[in-house]
Design a protein around this ligand. Sequence first.
Ligand code: CMC
Length: 428
Amino acid sequence: MSKTATLEIDGKKHEFPLITGTENEVAIDIKTLRAATGGVTTIDPGYKNTGSCESAITFLNGEEGILRYRGYAIEDLAEKADFLEVAYLLIFGDLPTTEQLEKFHNDIKEESHVDEDVKKIIEAFPKSAHPMGVLSSLTSALTAFNPSSVNVDSEEDMYKAIVKILGKFPVLVAWTMRKSQGQPLNYGSKNLGYVENILKMMFEKPNEDYKQNDILLNALDKLLILHADHEQNCSTSTVRMVGSSHASLFASLSSGISALWGPLHGGANQAVLEMLEAIKEDGGDTKKFMAKAKDKEDPFRLMGFGHRVYKNFDPRAKIIKVAADEVLGDLGVEDPVLDIAKGLASEALSDEYFVKRKLYPNVDFYSGIIYRAMGIPVEMFTVMFALGRLPGWIAQWKEMRLRKEPIGRPRQVYIGETHREFTPLEKR
Ligand code: CMC
C-alpha cells in the first residue's frame, strides 16, 4: 500500500502520510491539513471516521468481534484473571507479578476511606437522587479534599494518585447505593479482596455479619473485567478531553461518569431492564416492541442492541450471556424478564431489519439481568459500569498525559448568519 494519501482540492494535490498501527489499522495523518491547504478542515459528526489519538491500551476489531486489553484476549482475561490484575494490566501495561499485585492491593487498601465530611455532602442529596448524579458529584468533590495537583512527570506522584482513586471510588459507589436505600454509610475491611470488599460495603446490613456469596463475587468480578476498557468511547474520550486541559484526575473522571450516564452509552443497562419490565407489564408481546423499534416514526429503540463499532457481535455479550445463565441457574432464580430478553434476542437475530443493520445484543443487554439477580437496584446499574470502567479511564488519562497530548479542541464548519449590522433595542 502507498505510504501517502493524496487529496486534491481545486486542482491542487496535497500529500498526507499514512500511519499503520500494530494491528495494521491504517489512518491518514492530517495534522498538517489546515496549514497545507490554507484552512480546509474535515467534518465528521460523532467522530465515526476520526481517530483522536494513538493508543497502546485496548485493541478492538468490530467486524471480527475482537477485544483485547494490552494484547490479551477479553475471553482469557474474563476466565483467568481477576479485576485488580486487569486494572493493573490496563494502567501499567503488563500483568503484575505476585509481589506487584500484593503491593498494588495494599497501597489501594491504605486509601480505602474518604474524609468523613463527604458524608455531609451525601446527606444533602435527596434520597431520590439518581446515583450517577451523586457519584459524579462526589468524584468531583474528591478534588476539594485532595487539592494537590498530580505531577505527571513523577512516577511516584502518578502512582499515588492512581491508588488513591482506586481506593476511594468503591467507597463512593457503595455509599451512593446505601444512601438511596437509607442504609448507614460504612467502611470495608482490609482483610478482603478488592471486589469482595466492594460487595461487603454495598450489601452489609447494620445488624448482621456479612457472608460472602462466591457466585455473586465471581459474576461481579467478570462483569467488571468486561467493562474495564473499550478504547475511545464517549466517556473515555470525555476523560481524555477534559484531562487534556490539565484538569485534575478526579475532575476528568467525574466528567467521564456524566458522559457514561446517557442511555445511548452506559445508561443503556438501566434502560434495558426498564424496557424489559415495560414489555412484561404490557403483556409480554415482544413482536409489538420489535415493530415499534423498526418504525422510523417511533423514537423507541431496542435498548441493548446495536453498537457503534461492533458490527458482527459484541464479544463481551457472548461471555456475559453464559455468565447470566450460570448465575441465574446457580442462584435458582426464575426471572420472567429473562425469558422476554431471550425471546427478543432470538427474534432480533433473525429479523431482516436487525440483520441488515448488523444490530446484535451488546454487553448491556445481559449485564442488567445479572445485576438484578445480585439484588442491585436498577438505578445503580450504570454506577456498576462506572466501577468497572474506572481502570480504563485512569489508563487512558495517564497515557494522554504521558504522551503530552495537546489540549483537545475540534474545529467546526460555521453555518450561522454572516456579518449583520447591529440594530439598537428600540429599533427591533
Ligand atoms: N433499535 C432499533 N434500531 C436501531 C438500534 C436499536 N437499538 N440501533 C441502531 N438502529 C438503527 C438506526 O435507526 C439506524 O437505522 P437507519 O440506517 O434505517 O437510519 C441504523 O440502525 C444505524 O444506527 P445508528 O444510530 O446510526 O448507529 P450508531 O453507531 O450511531 O449508534 C448505538 C450506536 C449504540 C448508539 C445504537 O445502536 C443505539 O442507540 N442502541 C441502543 C442503545 C444501547 O444499547 N447502547 C449501549 C451501547 S453498548 C455499551 C457502551 O459501550 O456504551
